[in-house]
Design a binder for this molecule. Structure first.
Ligand code: ADP
Length: 274
């Protein structure tokens, strides 16, 4: 597992949407009149962002998801802290279905990353990839990763099925963990045998535990001035996947993920991270 495999690709399956960023130098007070510094329209959605990052890090990446007209996420960025406040709608957004996934030729892929949403369909996709893996030699197996972020989508199915489990801070806290260290320990116990569990924790950096049960921590890499933390987690996930495709040791994988995510926090958007 996790060996570089020729021209096979990384597939990210999940959401793409339009993010509309309103950039302000302070957070607005309710019922006041405020002028924004600038407005940016950019691609958003966890998996679309992660795919864009993977593609910049010398891997072939593909995004798989549904496109909709009229879905936009309004986001307020406060440049004094880099904080992001998200207001979104998913009204009428078509979700990815298992029958659409079945149209893919899985032979093209060495890694499939799933976003933890629409789990009734996504769990069938995970099962299909596992089925595919059963009859494949070690080097032809597809690595499966899953991101548990929003508890409302109940992504717990990933915790015992995927090879690389991404636990977001929000999800870890929902399960009662108060640090990346504790979350990685806790979820590694529930994870599939041989799995790797990764957990990012904002400015506190991130932790990982691989199949050998050894714990690693990396501090965050400060970009100097934090201007935009939107998508830091998506960037981190993409960088971790790209680094694991290169078979780097896990402590270096983790540092790499934090370094690329830190760089992202010092700029708007996801360009120039490679
Ligand atoms: P999310 O976007 O899901 O909230 P996190 O806030 O947990 O993601 O951040 C993911 C990674 O991004 C962290 O592990 C860290 O390496 C990096 N990061 C996040 N915030 C900062 C920050 N203020 N300074 C430097 N790095 C950061």
């Amino acid at each position: 597992m996790l060996e570089p495999r020729g021209d096979k690709k990384v597939l990210c399956a999940g959401l793409i949407c339009l993010d509309i960023l309103s950039v302000m130098d302070h957070y607005p007070v309710e019922d006041t009149d405020n002028r924004i510094k600038r407005q940016i329209w950019q691609k958003g959605g966890n998996c679309a962002n992660s795919a864009a990052v993977v593609a910049q890090l010398d891997e072939q990446a593909e995004f798989f998801g549904t496109l909709a007209t009229g879905r936009a996420a309004d986001i307020i960025i406060n440049t004094s802290t880099g904080s992001r406040t998200i207001i979104h709608t998913d009204k009428d957004l078509p979700e990815l279905t298992f029958s659409q996934f079945q149209q893919l030729d899985l032979n093209q892929y060495k890694w499939i990353h799933f976003e933890g949403r629409n789990m009734a369909e996504v769990s069938q996709m995970v099962n299909a990839v596992q089925e595919y893996n059963h009859s494949r030699s070690m080097e032809d197996k597809i690595n499966i990763s899953g991101e548990c972020e929003k508890a409302k989508y109940k992504p717990e199915y990933f915790t015992s099925t995927v090879d690389v489990l991404f636990i977001a801070k929000e999800f870890a806290q929902h399960h009662g963990f108060s640090s990346a260290h504790a979350a990685v320990d806790g979820f590694h116990r529930r994870a599939k045998k041989g799995a790797t569990v990764v957990c990012a924790w904002g400015e506190a950096g991130a932790d990982v535990m691989g199949p050998d049960g050894v714990h690693h921590h990396s501090d965050a890499f400060s970009p100097g001035q934090v201007v935009d933390t939107l998508g830091a987690g998506d960037t981190f996930n993409g960088a971790i996947i790209a680094a694991m495709c290169r078979s780097l040791p896990l402590d270096e994988v983790l540092k790499f993920g934090c370094r690329v995510a830190g760089k992202k926090c010092g700029q708007f958007g996801y360009r120039g991270l490679g």
